[in-house]
Write a protein that binds this ligand. Structure first.
Ligand code: NAP
Length: 248
């Protein structure tokens, strides 16, 4: 199946975790993919290598999406290499958990910079190049509904992202550019390992509340993103799809 044949996609934060799964799935479905990373060059190179060895097209591009010049450089690299842009997946994101008494200005700014400003800057840069039929997919989180304790700032960033996505769905609709959200539940990634979530009471609690009874894998999310990126989802914009095993 090649439902993304002829399309060019940028996936932010694709050096590992959910982003790596999304980049791989989009390439499998025929897209030429720009695998963005901030610092994990080896991870991004490995994702590109795997895509190339399966007969796909991909390049790795370093860019910190919180810096306007780098976000613009990322999009320009995609257009320069592949000649067009059809799909932007805003996946880059960081999560740290803190009880309200431990929230600091730095914690707030770090999370909002990557999870909100980064999406705005990448989308602004991409919007100049996107045309009729293009698709933007923003990776939010089921945490905006689940309201996990200690996630006030992180959930705040994703709530902001949901609101921004709804606005941009309306703002870009006259140009026939679709904007949708995918909200994963807990997914086993490098990030959730490093944050101490995997193996924790938080993980056990989330799985206990998940109707399908397990944590997600990057592929579970990537399949939904590949659908939203494709013309099969041509009548969907402004949606928020919970890819979460039923927890919401
Ligand atoms: P992860 O394993 O920690 O990977 C995060 C990715 O984001 C990495 O590729 C990282 O690049 C990139 N990144 C971080 N800061 C960046 C920046 N300033 N500019 C560009 N890229 C940057 O995370 P994950 O678990 O796969 O999560 C991916 C997304 O899904 C996030 O938006 C997260 O909020 C969301 N999400 C995750 C879960 C979950 O349970 N895993 C659940 C719901 C939502 P480098 O490695 O190069 O630094």
């Amino acid at each position: 199946m090649s439902k993304l044949q002829g399309k060019v996609a940028v996936v932010t934060g694709a050096s590992k975790g959910i982003g790596a799964g999304i980049a791989t799935a989009l390439a499998r479905d025929g897209a030429a993919v720009v695998v963005n990373y901030a610092s994990s060059r080896a991870g991004a190179d490995a994702v590109v290598e795997a895509i190339l060895s399966s007969g796909g097209r991909a390049i790795a591009v370093q860019a910190d999406v919180t810096k306007i010049a780098e976000a613009q450089g990322l999009i320009e690299a995609a257009v320069k290499q592949f000649g067009r842009l059809d799909v932007l997946v805003n996946n880059s994101g960081i999560y740290e958990f803190a009880a309200i008494e431990d929230v600091t200005e730095e914690h707030y700014r770090r999370l909002f910079d990557v999870n909100v400003l980064g999406v705005l800057l990448a989308t602004q840069a991409a919007a100049k190049h996107l045309g009729e039929g293009a698709s933007i997919v923003n990776i939010s989180s089921a945490i905006t509904h689940v309201h996990t304790p200690t996630a006030a700032v992180y959930a705040g960033t994703k709530g902001a992202l949901n609101a921004i996505s709804g606005v941009l769905a309306n703002e870009l609709a006259p140009r026939r550019i679709r904007v949708n959200v995918v909200s994963p539940g807990l997914v086993i990634t490098e990030g959730t390992h490093n944050a101490g979530v995997v193996g924790s009471e938080m993980e056990a609690g989330i799985i206990a509340q998940t109707p399908l009874g397990r944590a997600g894998q990057p592929d579970d999310i990537a399949a939904v993103v590949a659908f939203l990126a494709s013309d099969e989802a041509r009548w969907l914009t402004g949606e928020d799809i919970a890819a979460s095993g039923g927890i919401r």
